[in-house]
Design a protein around this ligand. Structure first.
Ligand SMILES: N[C@@H](CCC(=O)N[C@@H](CS)C(=O)NCC(=O)O)C(=O)O
Length: 225
């Protein structure tokens, strides 16, 4: 049986595009039948290609049943309307899950700036000593994971238990950064990172990233030291 795609998900280079990973995970978790188009980031034609799909000129952007949704948080919410288990069922837990995602969406500037996502980098700490701001972001992420797991995670390995949901999708790129730059954490965060890294969809994203053309590599991410 041929299943017709109901739209397109536009994403950036899988090796680097942390926002794309979030949106892609939500879309895949919700099981939307959409085509996937990858735009290589940092090329002359990148901005034009993205803008012709979404006037906001950012990835990820999802066009589903004629509607454009152009931000990873909006995509996560849209997918959760189509697949209820992307947020926790309990109203209070759901409010916490949304807060944890929103904190990621609008914060952690030092973490983003100083530890850019690069899936090809494996457990290699930066030579540059971390700033106070970066150490603060790392400590806050670990506290969020540890507290959320303790409060809501008893039924499974993810932040809200057995289901890998939107909150885990939002922190998957952070897990990747911690692993790439060899950030040391306590056992709760370590176990959580392992569970996220081993999730089938995360593994599939890593495999696809490894198959991307070498010509898509960008020195500004590869030379971080
Ligand atoms: N707020 C947006 C931010 C997305 C964003 O900044 N994406 C970057 C790539 S990770 C982008 O589209 N860059 C465009 C470019 O490099 O030309 C979201 O969460 O979706």
């Amino acid at each position: 049986m041929v299943v017709m795609a109901e739209g397109t998900l536009l994403i950036g280079t899988k090796r680097y595009s942390s926002w794309s990973l979030r949106g892609w995970l939500s879309v895949r978790l919700a099981g939307l039948t959409v085509n996937e188009e990858v735009v290589p980031l940092g090329q002359d034609e990148t901005a034009g290609l993205i803008e012709s799909f979404s006037p906001a000129a950012r990835v990820p952007a999802l066009r589903h049943q004629e509607t454009l949704i152009w931000d990873s948080l909006a995509i996560a919410e849209y997918c959760a309307e189509l697949s209820v288990d992307l947020w926790p069922e309990d109203r209070k837990a759901r409010a916490v899950a949304r807060s944890v995602c929103a904190e990621m969406h609008s914060g952690f500037q030092a973490l983003r700036r100083d530890l850019p996502m690069n899936l090809g980098r494996i457990a290699r700490p930066r030579a540059t000593p971390p700033s106070e701001e970066l150490l603060g972001d790392i400590a806050r992420v670990e506290a969020l994971w540890t507290q959320t797991r303790a409060r809501f995670g008893s039924e499974g390995p993810f932040l809200f238990g057995a289901a890998f949901g939107n909150t885990d999708a939002f922190y998957a790129p952070v897990v990747s950064r911690f692993l790439s730059y060899g950030i040391e954490t306590g056992p709760v965060a370590r176990d959580y990172m392992q569970a996220v890294r081993e999730h089938t969809l995360v593994e599939a994203w890593y495999e696809a990233a490894a198959a991307e053309p070498e010509s898509w590599r960008l020195d500004r991410y590869e030379s971080v030291d």
